[in-house]
Ligand binder design. Sequence first.
Ligand SMILES: Nc1nc2c(ncn2[C@@H]2O[C@H](COP(=O)(O)OP(=O)(O)OP(=O)(O)O)[C@@H](O)[C@H]2O)c(=O)[nH]1
Ligand SMILES: [Zn+2]
Length: 285
Amino acid sequence: MSKGRIIKALSGFYYVEDGNNVIQCRARGKFRKDEIKPLVGDFVEYVDGYIMKLLPRKNFLIRPPICNIDQALIVSSSREPDFSSVLLDKFLLVIEHLKIEPIIVISKIDLENKDINRYIEDYRKAGYMVYEISSKDNQGINEIKAVFKNKVTVITGQSGVGKSSLLNALDINLNLETNNISKSLGRGKHTTRHVELIKMYDGYIGDTPGFSSLELDITPESLAVAYHDFEEYSQECKFRGCLHDSEPSCAVKDAVARGMVSKERYEHYLMNLQEVKKKEERKYG
Ligand SMILES: Nc1nc2c(ncn2[C@@H]2O[C@H](COP(=O)(O)OP(=O)(O)OP(=O)(O)O)[C@@H](O)[C@H]2O)c(=O)[nH]1
Ligand SMILES: [Zn+2]
């Protein structure tokens, strides 16, 4: 039995990368019977052109249908559209909850925003990696090339923030087989039959996740530990399952008071907490 990773799914075939080889495989009949569908990104055991077993998944997205994603570049523009920490904080919640490493990319830094540096400082202080780029002026692009190595990366962010422009600035055409894929990568168009990871600076890049994947379909308890720093602080909260809201002796609220967690991100957290609580009530109430 050999081991490899599915890097492409097309018309019932799975393309399994094993070292320098790519082997065209079919899924064993058993999978269909058990309603288990191999996904692009799956680590598999295969033999004689048949996938025999899927190894446990770290995470998965529904749109695009890929799994075992290592990291997400969350692109937020400095301006046009205006920088929104509300939106970025929500992206961070969803991405971190999925156990995908978030990397913040502040785009369009050629457009002036006098508040942006304060935000960047806060996110860095919280432990996030933050890149500052301008695809227009080719600033910060070389620095970003190194993050792809040995990882499966997706690029996400609101419409118009410059995701396609970033891909183009990264010389995507040199990395892609066809320009069509470049378009679909940038625009978040998804075909169900053809899913593929694209080689990108010694790593892989997946199709752009649509906003539907970014719904907060999450319990209040999971939300409370989604941010990596909240999770760490919550070890010190007095109550197990503390939601860092009105509970006494809450280490997250304490961290906010000490300036370790930005007040704004905490307030956005409370907003999202209210939202998921309401959803729960509708579901079970
Ligand atoms: N000033 C400036 N404009 C930029 C930069 N990058 C992209 N733009 C412009 O921003 C607009 C949107 O860029 P896109 O790359 O299409 O954005 P996108 O995130 O792919 O948008 P969607 O396809 O809608 O998701 C275009 O008019 C770009 O020319 C930049 O670094 N600086
Ligand atoms: Zn707490």
